[in-house]
Design a protein around this ligand. Structure first.
Ligand SMILES: *Cc1c(COP(=O)(O)O)cnc(C)c1O
Length: 411
Protein backbone atom coordinates (compact mmCIF):
# COMPACT_ATOMS: atom_id res chain seq x y z
CA UNK A 1 0.00 0.00 0.00
CA UNK A 2 2.77 2.41 0.81
CA UNK A 3 5.48 3.55 -1.54
CA UNK A 4 5.57 6.15 -4.25
CA UNK A 5 4.91 5.45 -7.91
CA UNK A 6 8.62 5.88 -8.52
CA UNK A 7 9.38 3.06 -6.09
CA UNK A 8 6.53 0.72 -7.00
CA UNK A 9 6.50 1.17 -10.75
CA UNK A 10 9.45 3.12 -12.14
CA UNK A 11 8.52 1.98 -15.64
CA UNK A 12 5.17 3.81 -15.59
CA UNK A 13 6.74 6.75 -13.76
CA UNK A 14 9.33 7.08 -16.51
CA UNK A 15 6.71 7.04 -19.30
CA UNK A 16 4.66 9.68 -17.43
CA UNK A 17 7.74 11.81 -17.17
CA UNK A 18 8.45 11.48 -20.89
CA UNK A 19 4.89 12.55 -21.64
CA UNK A 20 5.25 15.54 -19.32
CA UNK A 21 8.39 16.59 -21.20
CA UNK A 22 6.62 16.10 -24.54
CA UNK A 23 3.74 18.32 -23.44
CA UNK A 24 6.16 20.93 -22.11
CA UNK A 25 8.42 21.04 -25.18
CA UNK A 26 5.83 20.84 -27.96
CA UNK A 27 3.20 23.26 -29.18
CA UNK A 28 -0.24 21.71 -28.87
CA UNK A 29 -2.46 23.09 -31.59
CA UNK A 30 -4.97 20.26 -31.35
CA UNK A 31 -8.26 22.12 -31.10
CA UNK A 32 -9.79 19.66 -28.64
CA UNK A 33 -6.88 19.61 -26.18
CA UNK A 34 -5.95 21.82 -23.24
CA UNK A 35 -4.00 21.77 -19.96
CA UNK A 36 -6.12 21.25 -16.87
CA UNK A 37 -5.05 23.24 -13.84
CA UNK A 38 -3.10 21.77 -10.93
CA UNK A 39 -6.27 22.06 -8.85
CA UNK A 40 -8.17 19.93 -11.38
CA UNK A 41 -5.35 17.35 -11.45
CA UNK A 42 -5.30 17.22 -7.67
CA UNK A 43 -9.05 16.67 -7.39
CA UNK A 44 -8.96 13.91 -9.98
CA UNK A 45 -5.99 12.13 -8.43
CA UNK A 46 -7.75 11.84 -5.07
CA UNK A 47 -9.21 9.16 -2.77
CA UNK A 48 -12.57 9.60 -4.48
CA UNK A 49 -11.19 7.06 -6.96
CA UNK A 50 -11.96 4.46 -4.27
CA UNK A 51 -15.69 5.09 -3.94
CA UNK A 52 -18.67 3.39 -5.53
CA UNK A 53 -21.74 5.60 -5.77
CA UNK A 54 -24.25 4.10 -8.20
CA UNK A 55 -27.36 6.24 -8.30
CA UNK A 56 -27.69 9.98 -7.76
CA UNK A 57 -27.15 12.17 -4.65
CA UNK A 58 -29.33 10.99 -1.75
CA UNK A 59 -30.56 8.09 -3.91
CA UNK A 60 -27.55 5.77 -3.94
CA UNK A 61 -27.28 2.00 -4.07
CA UNK A 62 -24.26 2.05 -1.74
CA UNK A 63 -23.53 3.21 1.79
CA UNK A 64 -20.80 5.68 2.68
CA UNK A 65 -21.87 8.25 0.12
CA UNK A 66 -22.20 11.28 2.40
CA UNK A 67 -19.18 13.11 1.03
CA UNK A 68 -19.45 12.04 -2.58
CA UNK A 69 -23.03 13.34 -2.40
CA UNK A 70 -21.63 16.66 -1.25
CA UNK A 71 -19.22 16.66 -4.17
CA UNK A 72 -21.82 15.80 -6.80
CA UNK A 73 -24.35 18.29 -5.39
CA UNK A 74 -21.68 20.99 -5.46
CA UNK A 75 -20.78 20.15 -9.06
CA UNK A 76 -24.47 20.25 -10.06
CA UNK A 77 -25.10 23.54 -8.25
CA UNK A 78 -22.11 25.18 -9.88
CA UNK A 79 -22.96 23.81 -13.32
CA UNK A 80 -26.57 25.04 -13.14
CA UNK A 81 -25.40 28.53 -12.22
CA UNK A 82 -22.64 28.56 -14.82
CA UNK A 83 -24.71 27.29 -17.74
CA UNK A 84 -28.03 28.76 -16.58
CA UNK A 85 -29.86 25.53 -17.25
CA UNK A 86 -32.74 23.74 -15.54
CA UNK A 87 -31.07 20.37 -15.16
CA UNK A 88 -27.58 18.96 -15.49
CA UNK A 89 -26.06 15.49 -15.47
CA UNK A 90 -22.40 15.55 -14.42
CA UNK A 91 -21.95 11.77 -14.28
CA UNK A 92 -21.67 11.07 -17.96
CA UNK A 93 -18.13 9.86 -18.68
CA UNK A 94 -17.46 11.55 -22.02
CA UNK A 95 -18.91 13.59 -24.84
CA UNK A 96 -19.67 10.51 -26.88
CA UNK A 97 -21.49 8.90 -23.97
CA UNK A 98 -23.41 12.11 -23.40
CA UNK A 99 -24.74 11.83 -26.94
CA UNK A 100 -25.43 8.14 -26.48
CA UNK A 101 -27.49 8.94 -23.37
CA UNK A 102 -29.52 11.49 -25.33
CA UNK A 103 -30.31 8.95 -28.07
CA UNK A 104 -31.25 6.44 -25.40
CA UNK A 105 -33.48 8.96 -23.62
CA UNK A 106 -35.30 10.46 -26.61
CA UNK A 107 -35.29 7.93 -29.43
CA UNK A 108 -36.56 4.49 -30.31
CA UNK A 109 -34.59 2.14 -32.55
CA UNK A 110 -35.21 3.04 -36.17
CA UNK A 111 -35.89 6.74 -35.51
CA UNK A 112 -34.18 9.18 -37.85
CA UNK A 113 -31.30 11.42 -36.75
CA UNK A 114 -30.35 14.39 -38.91
CA UNK A 115 -26.75 15.43 -38.33
CA UNK A 116 -23.73 17.09 -39.92
CA UNK A 117 -21.57 14.96 -42.20
CA UNK A 118 -18.08 14.04 -41.02
CA UNK A 119 -16.42 15.92 -43.87
CA UNK A 120 -18.49 19.00 -43.00
CA UNK A 121 -16.98 18.91 -39.52
CA UNK A 122 -19.37 16.58 -37.71
CA UNK A 123 -18.45 14.13 -34.97
CA UNK A 124 -18.30 10.32 -35.16
CA UNK A 125 -20.88 10.02 -32.38
CA UNK A 126 -23.47 11.79 -34.55
CA UNK A 127 -23.98 8.58 -36.51
CA UNK A 128 -20.93 7.85 -38.63
CA UNK A 129 -20.57 4.34 -39.97
CA UNK A 130 -19.24 2.18 -37.15
CA UNK A 131 -20.79 4.26 -34.37
CA UNK A 132 -23.51 3.10 -32.00
CA UNK A 133 -26.28 5.33 -33.44
CA UNK A 134 -25.43 4.15 -36.97
CA UNK A 135 -26.46 0.67 -35.93
CA UNK A 136 -29.77 1.57 -34.29
CA UNK A 137 -31.01 4.64 -36.13
CA UNK A 138 -31.54 5.91 -39.62
CA UNK A 139 -28.90 8.59 -40.13
CA UNK A 140 -29.37 11.42 -42.60
CA UNK A 141 -26.59 13.99 -43.03
CA UNK A 142 -26.59 17.60 -44.04
CA UNK A 143 -23.41 19.23 -45.33
CA UNK A 144 -22.18 22.77 -45.67
CA UNK A 145 -22.81 25.28 -48.43
CA UNK A 146 -20.25 24.71 -51.19
CA UNK A 147 -19.28 28.35 -51.52
CA UNK A 148 -19.52 29.81 -48.01
CA UNK A 149 -18.63 26.51 -46.30
CA UNK A 150 -21.16 27.44 -43.63
CA UNK A 151 -24.57 26.05 -42.68
CA UNK A 152 -27.12 26.64 -45.40
CA UNK A 153 -30.30 26.94 -43.32
CA UNK A 154 -32.64 26.79 -46.34
CA UNK A 155 -31.06 23.57 -47.54
CA UNK A 156 -31.12 22.05 -44.05
CA UNK A 157 -34.80 22.93 -43.71
CA UNK A 158 -35.48 21.20 -47.03
CA UNK A 159 -33.65 18.03 -45.98
CA UNK A 160 -35.42 18.04 -42.61
CA UNK A 161 -38.82 18.28 -44.31
CA UNK A 162 -37.93 15.36 -46.54
CA UNK A 163 -36.50 12.97 -43.95
CA UNK A 164 -38.76 13.69 -40.92
CA UNK A 165 -36.08 13.39 -38.24
CA UNK A 166 -36.99 12.62 -34.64
CA UNK A 167 -33.77 14.34 -33.61
CA UNK A 168 -31.72 17.09 -35.23
CA UNK A 169 -28.14 17.51 -34.06
CA UNK A 170 -26.25 20.74 -34.43
CA UNK A 171 -22.66 20.83 -33.30
CA UNK A 172 -19.28 20.06 -34.77
CA UNK A 173 -15.66 19.21 -34.20
CA UNK A 174 -14.23 21.27 -37.03
CA UNK A 175 -16.64 24.13 -37.80
CA UNK A 176 -14.86 27.48 -37.47
CA UNK A 177 -17.99 29.66 -37.52
CA UNK A 178 -20.55 30.80 -34.96
CA UNK A 179 -23.79 28.82 -34.80
CA UNK A 180 -27.21 30.48 -34.79
CA UNK A 181 -29.14 28.17 -32.46
CA UNK A 182 -32.42 30.04 -32.91
CA UNK A 183 -32.40 29.20 -36.64
CA UNK A 184 -31.95 25.53 -35.71
CA UNK A 185 -34.79 25.69 -33.18
CA UNK A 186 -37.11 27.00 -35.87
CA UNK A 187 -36.24 24.16 -38.22
CA UNK A 188 -36.71 21.58 -35.44
CA UNK A 189 -40.11 23.08 -34.59
CA UNK A 190 -41.21 23.08 -38.21
CA UNK A 191 -40.64 19.34 -38.52
CA UNK A 192 -41.51 18.37 -34.93
CA UNK A 193 -38.01 17.14 -34.03
CA UNK A 194 -36.00 17.33 -30.85
CA UNK A 195 -32.98 19.61 -31.07
CA UNK A 196 -29.66 18.47 -29.60
CA UNK A 197 -26.86 21.04 -29.49
CA UNK A 198 -23.52 19.29 -29.11
CA UNK A 199 -21.17 22.07 -28.03
CA UNK A 200 -18.27 19.83 -26.97
CA UNK A 201 -15.75 22.22 -28.51
CA UNK A 202 -17.23 25.65 -27.89
CA UNK A 203 -18.68 25.32 -24.38
CA UNK A 204 -15.93 27.54 -22.94
CA UNK A 205 -16.68 30.32 -25.42
CA UNK A 206 -20.38 30.01 -24.61
CA UNK A 207 -19.82 30.27 -20.86
CA UNK A 208 -17.76 33.41 -21.44
CA UNK A 209 -20.57 34.95 -23.50
CA UNK A 210 -18.44 34.96 -26.66
CA UNK A 211 -20.59 32.56 -28.65
CA UNK A 212 -24.42 32.28 -28.88
CA UNK A 213 -25.87 30.16 -26.09
CA UNK A 214 -27.83 27.01 -27.09
CA UNK A 215 -29.44 26.51 -23.67
CA UNK A 216 -32.53 28.68 -24.39
CA UNK A 217 -33.17 26.91 -27.71
CA UNK A 218 -32.09 23.27 -27.58
CA UNK A 219 -34.04 20.51 -25.83
CA UNK A 220 -30.74 19.03 -24.73
CA UNK A 221 -27.17 20.32 -24.79
CA UNK A 222 -24.18 17.98 -24.59
CA UNK A 223 -20.59 19.00 -23.99
CA UNK A 224 -17.19 17.87 -22.80
CA UNK A 225 -15.27 19.31 -19.89
CA UNK A 226 -11.75 18.76 -21.29
CA UNK A 227 -11.75 21.01 -24.34
CA UNK A 228 -12.25 24.80 -24.11
CA UNK A 229 -13.68 24.34 -20.61
CA UNK A 230 -10.18 23.23 -19.50
CA UNK A 231 -11.31 20.64 -16.98
CA UNK A 232 -10.93 16.86 -16.65
CA UNK A 233 -11.74 14.48 -19.50
CA UNK A 234 -15.48 14.10 -19.14
CA UNK A 235 -18.99 14.71 -20.42
CA UNK A 236 -21.85 16.95 -19.49
CA UNK A 237 -25.57 17.01 -20.31
CA UNK A 238 -27.72 20.11 -19.84
CA UNK A 239 -31.46 19.90 -20.41
CA UNK A 240 -34.88 21.22 -19.62
CA UNK A 241 -36.54 19.89 -16.49
CA UNK A 242 -39.06 17.87 -18.47
CA UNK A 243 -36.25 15.63 -19.81
CA UNK A 244 -34.33 15.43 -16.52
CA UNK A 245 -35.56 12.04 -15.39
CA UNK A 246 -35.24 10.43 -18.85
CA UNK A 247 -31.69 11.77 -19.26
CA UNK A 248 -30.55 10.69 -15.78
CA UNK A 249 -32.02 7.21 -16.26
CA UNK A 250 -30.38 6.93 -19.67
CA UNK A 251 -26.97 7.67 -18.12
CA UNK A 252 -27.49 5.38 -15.12
CA UNK A 253 -28.50 2.60 -15.34
CA UNK A 254 -28.91 3.05 -19.11
CA UNK A 255 -25.34 3.17 -20.31
CA UNK A 256 -23.13 3.51 -17.21
CA UNK A 257 -22.50 1.90 -13.87
CA UNK A 258 -20.72 3.64 -11.02
CA UNK A 259 -19.97 7.33 -11.58
CA UNK A 260 -16.34 8.51 -11.59
CA UNK A 261 -16.55 10.56 -8.39
CA UNK A 262 -12.94 11.73 -8.74
CA UNK A 263 -13.78 13.13 -12.18
CA UNK A 264 -16.94 14.76 -10.83
CA UNK A 265 -14.82 16.46 -8.16
CA UNK A 266 -12.49 17.71 -10.90
CA UNK A 267 -15.51 18.91 -12.89
CA UNK A 268 -16.68 20.88 -9.83
CA UNK A 269 -13.26 22.58 -9.68
CA UNK A 270 -13.38 23.30 -13.40
CA UNK A 271 -16.84 24.91 -13.04
CA UNK A 272 -15.52 27.12 -10.27
CA UNK A 273 -12.56 28.17 -12.41
CA UNK A 274 -14.86 28.83 -15.37
CA UNK A 275 -17.00 31.18 -13.29
CA UNK A 276 -14.08 33.53 -12.54
CA UNK A 277 -13.57 36.77 -14.48
CA UNK A 278 -10.14 35.56 -15.69
CA UNK A 279 -11.84 32.71 -17.52
CA UNK A 280 -13.64 35.21 -19.71
CA UNK A 281 -10.42 36.98 -20.65
CA UNK A 282 -8.84 33.59 -21.31
CA UNK A 283 -11.63 32.71 -23.74
CA UNK A 284 -11.36 36.10 -25.41
CA UNK A 285 -7.65 35.50 -25.93
CA UNK A 286 -8.33 32.05 -27.43
CA UNK A 287 -10.43 33.74 -30.13
CA UNK A 288 -7.93 36.57 -30.72
CA UNK A 289 -5.18 34.00 -31.05
CA UNK A 290 -7.19 31.93 -33.54
CA UNK A 291 -7.87 35.05 -35.61
CA UNK A 292 -4.17 35.99 -35.52
CA UNK A 293 -3.18 32.49 -36.61
CA UNK A 294 -5.79 32.59 -39.40
CA UNK A 295 -4.50 35.97 -40.61
CA UNK A 296 -0.87 34.95 -40.85
CA UNK A 297 -1.75 31.69 -42.64
CA UNK A 298 -3.82 33.63 -45.17
CA UNK A 299 -0.96 36.08 -45.71
CA UNK A 300 1.25 33.07 -46.36
CA UNK A 301 -1.11 31.91 -49.10
CA UNK A 302 -3.13 29.19 -47.41
CA UNK A 303 -6.84 28.76 -48.05
CA UNK A 304 -8.87 28.45 -44.87
CA UNK A 305 -12.20 26.66 -44.78
CA UNK A 306 -14.93 29.36 -44.71
CA UNK A 307 -12.16 31.95 -45.12
CA UNK A 308 -11.33 32.33 -41.43
CA UNK A 309 -12.72 31.78 -37.95
CA UNK A 310 -15.17 33.09 -35.34
CA UNK A 311 -14.05 30.66 -32.66
CA UNK A 312 -11.03 28.74 -31.37
CA UNK A 313 -10.05 26.81 -34.49
CA UNK A 314 -9.09 27.06 -38.14
CA UNK A 315 -9.22 24.38 -40.81
CA UNK A 316 -6.53 24.70 -43.47
CA UNK A 317 -7.19 23.36 -46.96
CA UNK A 318 -3.93 21.92 -48.32
CA UNK A 319 -5.39 20.47 -51.52
CA UNK A 320 -3.64 23.09 -53.67
CA UNK A 321 -0.34 22.73 -51.83
CA UNK A 322 0.68 19.26 -53.01
CA UNK A 323 0.65 17.80 -49.51
CA UNK A 324 -1.94 15.69 -47.71
CA UNK A 325 -3.25 16.43 -44.24
CA UNK A 326 -1.65 13.33 -42.73
CA UNK A 327 1.78 14.11 -44.18
CA UNK A 328 1.48 17.75 -43.09
CA UNK A 329 0.59 16.72 -39.53
CA UNK A 330 3.49 14.23 -39.47
CA UNK A 331 6.15 16.72 -40.59
CA UNK A 332 4.81 19.44 -38.30
CA UNK A 333 5.19 17.04 -35.39
CA UNK A 334 8.83 16.50 -36.36
CA UNK A 335 9.22 20.22 -35.66
CA UNK A 336 7.38 20.02 -32.33
CA UNK A 337 4.11 21.46 -33.64
CA UNK A 338 1.28 19.04 -32.87
CA UNK A 339 -1.88 19.32 -35.00
CA UNK A 340 -4.31 16.85 -36.51
CA UNK A 341 -5.22 15.94 -40.04
CA UNK A 342 -8.78 16.86 -40.93
CA UNK A 343 -11.24 16.46 -43.77
CA UNK A 344 -12.34 19.61 -45.55
CA UNK A 345 -15.90 20.13 -46.84
CA UNK A 346 -16.49 18.00 -49.97
CA UNK A 347 -13.11 16.39 -49.47
CA UNK A 348 -12.15 14.14 -52.36
CA UNK A 349 -9.68 12.26 -50.16
CA UNK A 350 -10.51 9.62 -47.51
CA UNK A 351 -10.72 10.53 -43.77
CA UNK A 352 -7.47 8.72 -43.02
CA UNK A 353 -5.56 10.80 -45.53
CA UNK A 354 -7.65 13.94 -45.91
CA UNK A 355 -6.90 17.28 -47.58
CA UNK A 356 -6.66 19.46 -44.51
CA UNK A 357 -5.36 20.08 -41.03
CA UNK A 358 -7.15 21.56 -38.04
CA UNK A 359 -5.44 24.01 -35.70
CA UNK A 360 -6.81 25.26 -32.39
CA UNK A 361 -5.60 27.76 -29.84
CA UNK A 362 -7.06 26.74 -26.41
CA UNK A 363 -3.89 24.95 -25.21
CA UNK A 364 -1.29 27.51 -26.32
CA UNK A 365 -3.50 30.26 -24.88
CA UNK A 366 -3.54 28.47 -21.52
CA UNK A 367 0.27 28.66 -21.61
CA UNK A 368 -0.04 32.45 -21.89
CA UNK A 369 0.79 32.86 -25.56
CA UNK A 370 -0.69 35.80 -27.43
CA UNK A 371 -1.01 37.17 -30.98
CA UNK A 372 2.74 37.74 -31.43
CA UNK A 373 3.48 34.08 -30.70
CA UNK A 374 0.66 33.03 -33.05
CA UNK A 375 2.30 34.99 -35.86
CA UNK A 376 5.63 33.31 -35.20
CA UNK A 377 4.04 29.86 -35.06
CA UNK A 378 2.00 30.53 -38.22
CA UNK A 379 5.17 31.42 -40.10
CA UNK A 380 6.92 28.28 -38.88
CA UNK A 381 3.96 26.19 -40.05
CA UNK A 382 4.06 27.90 -43.42
CA UNK A 383 7.79 27.36 -43.96
CA UNK A 384 7.52 23.69 -43.02
CA UNK A 385 4.55 23.04 -45.29
CA UNK A 386 6.10 24.84 -48.27
CA UNK A 387 9.33 22.84 -47.83
CA UNK A 388 8.25 19.30 -46.99
CA UNK A 389 11.59 17.84 -48.17
CA UNK A 390 13.65 20.01 -45.84
CA UNK A 391 14.45 17.90 -42.77
CA UNK A 392 17.07 20.31 -41.55
CA UNK A 393 14.55 23.15 -41.48
CA UNK A 394 12.28 21.07 -39.26
CA UNK A 395 15.16 20.33 -36.93
CA UNK A 396 16.00 24.02 -36.70
CA UNK A 397 12.39 24.99 -36.02
CA UNK A 398 12.08 22.22 -33.42
CA UNK A 399 14.84 23.96 -31.46
CA UNK A 400 13.03 27.29 -31.70
CA UNK A 401 9.75 25.67 -30.67
CA UNK A 402 11.43 24.28 -27.58
CA UNK A 403 12.85 27.69 -26.73
CA UNK A 404 9.43 29.29 -27.07
CA UNK A 405 7.83 26.54 -24.98
CA UNK A 406 10.32 27.08 -22.21
CA UNK A 407 9.19 30.69 -21.92
CA UNK A 408 5.62 29.45 -21.42
CA UNK A 409 5.72 26.46 -19.05
CA UNK A 410 2.61 24.27 -18.88
CA UNK A 411 2.73 24.13 -15.06
C1 LIG B 1 -14.95 15.94 -28.85
C2 LIG B 1 -16.38 15.81 -29.29
C3 LIG B 1 -17.26 14.88 -28.70
C4 LIG B 1 -16.92 13.81 -27.73
O1 LIG B 1 -15.80 13.65 -27.20
P1 LIG B 1 -15.26 12.47 -26.28
O2 LIG B 1 -13.94 12.23 -26.87
O3 LIG B 1 -16.16 11.33 -26.38
O4 LIG B 1 -15.24 13.09 -24.92
C5 LIG B 1 -18.59 14.90 -29.08
N1 LIG B 1 -19.04 15.77 -29.98
C6 LIG B 1 -18.23 16.66 -30.57
C7 LIG B 1 -18.81 17.60 -31.55
C8 LIG B 1 -16.87 16.69 -30.26
O5 LIG B 1 -16.08 17.55 -30.89
Amino acid sequence: MSGSLEKIDPEVKEILHKEFVRQQNNLTLIASENYASRAVLEAEGSVLINKYAEGYPKRRYYQGCRFVDEIEELAIRRAKALFRCEHVNVQVHSGTQANMAVYQALLKPGDTILSLSLSGGGHLSHGSEGSFPYKYHRIVNYGLDRVSERFDYEEIRKIAKECHPRLIIVGASAYPRAIDFLAWRKIADEVGAYLLADVAHIIGLIVAGLHPDPVPYADVVTATTQKTLRGPRGGLILCRQKYASAIDKAVFPGIQGGPFMHVIAAKAVCFKEASQPEFKSYQRQIISNAKALAEVLKEEGFRLVSGGTDNHLVVVDLSNKGITGDRAAAILEEAGIVVNKNSIPFDKRPPFSPSGIRLGTPAVTTRGMKEAEMRTIGKWISRILYNPQDRLLRKKIKGKVKELCQKFPIY
